[in-house]
Design a protein around this ligand. Structure first.
Ligand code: GLY
Length: 582
């Protein structure tokens, strides 16, 4: 039987501690997100950061496509209308659960080129060369997105590649009108460092303005070629064009890298939280393990009675995050290159032992945190943590049969390496930066990374992307995910906990201010919007706060358990997204 700590017990503990003066009840927030309502639909829904990509997906659903058709259409459309993170030159993960209860996880994560070496980003004295894994040709890993979307469509789609690429091709050729926010995004300074990127995304220096139409004829042609010959980018003429375009700048990617790239189907990681079943991302993402490990620890508390985003609840959730991220740094990496103790990491017994180390009224110090013994093998020497990259995008889909797809895809940073593949017209990732450039040593962001995630040829860098599908009593209940670098798993946890036990609808849960802890650096990141009294209470418990203006977008779907209606939560942090239903 789980021992749960309720509000009353907590209040007594807090008062006894003296940290909160014995009278600390922060009133429920009157924040504007609490008055929001989700978009409702009967038959199908696509939620994405870009309204045109969501529309592309839902048009495919209404033509009789299934959730995978819609997801593939949305993915290709995002590569056109959201070049900061939607992509052909990156990678990602697609989690599928069909209404008959089957599930699979399609891993199209980028892979290190064959010529990559563990020390490739170090100078002669062994120090990391600033930016070398972040900007430019050498930061590019072999892309997986086109292979992944083609694979998913062929194996699980219904309509075929020509039909699902049609909306993207139309958007690339005819163009679309830029909002102020999008025009500003395209003004990224580093894009101007690469001639093809400057030519395409910045009109050779005449930056696009609000209300102008952005057309990408070269990208339209590339998409048509993919639709006609799906393998061409990996083993045909387009592969040769891509390698030629990248070679000139010093990229390591060869024809052999492209020819050897493989999409991998894996079993999702699965666990339970109360009466929910959670399916999420296995390695090479850390996301699912972090999520399940934190939820396992939190199952021992009555978060609902503590109140959504009360200081007490934030404290307990933060301590669970801290512990889950400690394990991330020590044990996680590409499962094809490491033995990952997944079952132990997400076991209820291990979580109970971790929970016993949480002081209910005081922040733990990461530097002195000790892992419960006898559950896991000793971590490799020089193990550590991970930096905080910046952009990715997530979209969620449910079709009329109840099939659900959660896709998170990325170029890593915004616009990835900033390198465009010549006249193929698409940007390449800087996913090499998700590896540990120098295991065991703090990087530019103060984080240390472990040898499980050291660079090796053909290895996939560790991700935090967390596409997640949740069932309640066996029925589809939530489709969840978000961007946010190392904050992705905690963003998904924030959204899920608010919707599952915090009493918020999915729109409120997506828009509510978030908080994050990743073990190191030992700071509690909080998004603006939490009441000052909550922040004061957290400081009183011993937290150093890192206040941030804006988190990245979660794009999620909830199924109303009573009516079966689909409820879309499109993140209002951006102004051009959409929950599109029919
Ligand atoms: N590049 C972000 C992630 O994979 O987690």
């Amino acid at each position: 039987m789980l021992k749960r700590i309720s509000t009353a017990v907590f209040a007594v503990l807090l008062a006894a501690s003296g940290f909160l003066g014995g009278a600390q009840t922060v009133p429920p927030s009157s924040a504007s997100y609490l008055s929001e309502q989700p978009v409702r639909a009967r038959h199908g829904m696509v939620v994405s950061i870009h309204h045109l990509a969501a529309d592309a997906g839902v048009s495919i659903l209404s033509q009789g496509g299934n959730a995978v058709d819609a997801a593939v259409a949305t993915g290709f459309a995002l590569a056109v209308v959201y070049p900061g993170a939607g992509n052909l030159g990156g990678g990602g993960f697609l989690l599928l659960r069909t209404h008959d209860g089957k599930s699979t996880f399609i891993d199209f994560r980028e892979a290190a080129p064959l010529a990559a070496t563990a020390n490739m980003y170090l100078d002669a004295t062994g120090n990391v060369i600033p930016d070398s894994s972040v900007i430019g040709y050498r930061s590019i890993a072999t892309p997986g997105s086109v292979a992944g979307l083609v694979y998913a469509e062929k194996k699980y789609g219904r309509l075929g590649l020509k039909r699902v690429t049609a909306p993207a091709i139309r958007l690339a050729r005819q163009g679309f009108v830029l909002t102020e926010e999008e025009a500003k995004l395209l003004s990224d300074r580093d894009l101007a460092r690469f001639p093809d990127s400057k030519r395409i995304f910045q009109r050779d220096g005449q930056l696009y303005k609000t209300g102008e139409t952005f057309r990408q004829p070269e990208l339209a042609r590339t998409l048509e070629r993919i639709a006609a010959k799906p393998d061409d980018l990996y083993r045909g003429a387009m592969a040769r064009e891509l390698v030629d375009a990248l070679k000139s700048g010093g990229s390591l990617i060869t024809l052999e890298d492209l020819a050897r790239y493989r999409v991998v189907e894996r079993a999702p990681v699965t666990g339970t939280f109360l009466n929910y079943t959670v399916l999420s991302a296995p390695p090479p993402s850390s996301g699912g393990i972090i999520l399940l490990s934190a939820l396992n620890m939190l199952e021992g508390y009555d978060l609902n009675s503590l109140g959504d985003r009360s200081p007490q609840s934030i404290h307990l959730v933060t301590e669970a995050f801290r512990r889950a991220y400690m394990d991330r740094g020590d044990y996680l990496g590409d499962p094809d290159f490491n033995t990952i103790p997944t079952a132990a990491l997400i076991s209820k017994q291990y979580a109970a032992a971790w929970r016993a180390t949480i002081d209910p009224y005081r922040a733990t110090t990461s530097a002195t945190l000790a892992r419960p013994p006898n559950f896991l093998p000793p971590p490799p020497a020089n193990a550590g943590q991970y930096r905080d990259p910046v952009n990715t995008t997530h979209y969620s889909v449910v079709d009329k049969d109840g099939d659900a797809v959660a896709v998170t895809t990325t170029l890593n940073d915004s616009f990835g390496s900033r390198v465009t593949a010549g006249h193929l017209g698409f940007l390449l990732n800087d996913e090499m930066d998700d590896f540990a450039a120098k295991p065991g040593t703090a990087n530019l962001y103060g984080l240390i990374q472990g040898p499980a995630n050291a660079i090796a040829p053909l290895k996939r860098p560790l991700s935090t992307m967390t596409p997640t599908i949740v069932l309640e009593d066996g029925q589809l209940r939530f489709v969840l995910g978000s961007p946010g670098g190392s904050r992705i798993a905690t963003t998904v946890a924030n959204i899920f906990l608010s919707a599952a036990v915090g009493g918020l609808n999915i729109q409120q849960a997506v828009d509510a201010p978030r908080f994050h802890h990743q073990f190191l650096p030992d700071k509690l990141s909080v998004e603006s919007g939490l009441p000052a009294a909550t922040l004061d209470a957290l400081r009183g418990m011993g937290y150093t706060l890192d206040q941030r203006d804006r988190w990245s977008n979660g794009e999620c779907i909830e199924v109303d358990p009573k009516t079966g209606e689909l409820l879309g939560g499109q993140d209002h942090r951006s102004l051009f997204g959409k929950a599109a239903g029919y």
